[in-house]
Design a protein around this ligand. Structure first.
Ligand SMILES: NC(=O)c1ccc[n+]([C@@H]2O[C@H](COP(=O)([O-])OP(=O)(O)OC[C@H]3O[C@@H](n4cnc5c(N)ncnc54)[C@H](OP(=O)(O)O)[C@@H]3O)[C@@H](O)[C@H]2O)c1
Length: 307
């Protein structure tokens, strides 16, 4: 890796929220942003894991300014409560990194009746963003970063509007792919709506390529271990590097709304951060509008300004 994060600006005085920052890519985003001087709100579902992550970051960055925020994205009420707590504590949010996620989990219906992966990866982040975006200064340094994946371009490449909660025939991989397409459709639609409203806030997406984090915890351990120790080094990179596209999306002054960042190596699986390829399925403006309308209907939240 040759990318030098020293070229990215200091973040002193800024408030950044990273969802799912107790481990994996979010942990490294939280670490790097704290090292840049930002106050980092670690929005996590398990306080003990977040506290442990905060301790590990503070060991590396002694003056890190970290705050725990309880956030369970798989419950709309819990997301509303997290947003309310954040608003009680802060008047401003400069950057929101919608990072948390689960992958290929067994079928689960959440308290809201949503399929589990779509709830945690997409619906929860939609509601969180709508609940906090009015706290963002109207400036290009204000960022909403949505984590997508190479998986957005795999499978059917469609949102299953006719069975959005996977009540008919569930596919673990199909559901994950759909969530990551939804995240990218959302990032691009939010960008269009921000522009239409004359706002300077930037909505941008990123993906990490492939990285051996805890994301594969619902998959057979033997399978993930075999992959890790055979082809792993050729097709993946460590989380500290894989997290850089999100970091760039969050704070690089060169970033514009509607862009997508990912690794620059073979098939975007590993390498330094830079512009990434968006599959045409994520440029489907009709699907993006339909998903937005459904998100508003299911979460009861929308942008707090005309767009
Ligand atoms: N790793 C990859 O190769 C890869 C590739 C493409 C895209 N991505 C994307 O990158 C993002 C980060 O993944 P990762 O690889 O860092 O995975 P990870 O190591 O498993 O970390 C996921 C984080 O999300 C949190 N989380 C899960 N469900 C949550 C919920 N309901 N509410 C709040 N937090 C929740 C987890 O909390 P707990 O620790 O408490 O469970 C954890 O902090 C995801 O959006 C993923 O789709 C990863």
């Amino acid at each position: 890796m040759s990318y030098d994060i020293g070229q990215l600006p200091r973040q002193d005085g800024r408030i950044v929220m990273v969802t799912g920052s107790n481990t994996g890519l979010g942990f490294h985003n939280a670490h790097d942003l704290a090292a840049k001087g930002a106050k980092v709100v670690m929005a996590c579902r398990t306080e003990s894991r977040a506290t442990d992550a905060m301790r590990r970051i503070t060991e590396l960055v002694p003056d890190a300014d970290l705050e725990f925020l309880a956030l369970d994205l798989s419950s709309l009420d819990a997301v509303r409560s997290a947003a309310a707590t954040f608003r009680d504590r802060h008047d401003t949010l400069d950057v929101l990194v919608n990072n948390a996620g689960i992958m290929m989990t067994p079928y689960e219906k959440t308290v809201d009746g949503f399929e589990g992966q779509m709830a945690a990866n997409y619906w929860g982040h939609f509601l969180l963003t709508m609940s906090l975006i009015d706290l963002m200064p109207d400036a290009p340094e204000s960022r909403v970063v949505s984590l997508s994946s190479l998986a957005h371009a795999q499978g059917t490449k469609k949102i299953r509007f006719d069975d959005i909660h996977w009540e008919q025939k569930y596919s673990r991989s199909g559901a994950y792919q759909q969530t990551k397409l939804a995240c990218l459709l959302f990032a691009l639609e939010l960008d269009r709506r921000l522009r239409a409203a004359g706002k300077e806030i930037v909505s941008v997406a990123s993906h990490p390529g492939v990285s051996p984090t805890e994301l594969g915890r619902a998959m057979p351990k033997l399978l993930t271990e075999v992959v890790r120790y055979t082809v792993g080094p050729f097709v993946s990179h460590d989380p500290d590097v894989a997290s850089l596209p999100s970091l760039v999306a969050a704070i690089d002054p060169e970033v514009s709304g509607g862009e997508y960042y990912g690794p620059q190596g073979l098939n975007e699986m590993k390498g330094d951060p830079g512009p990434a390829r968006i599959h045409p399925c994520a440029h489907d403006v009709h699907a993006a509008r339909q998903l937005w309308d459904l998100s508003v209907e299911l979460t009861g939240a929308d942008l707090p300004f005309d767009s």
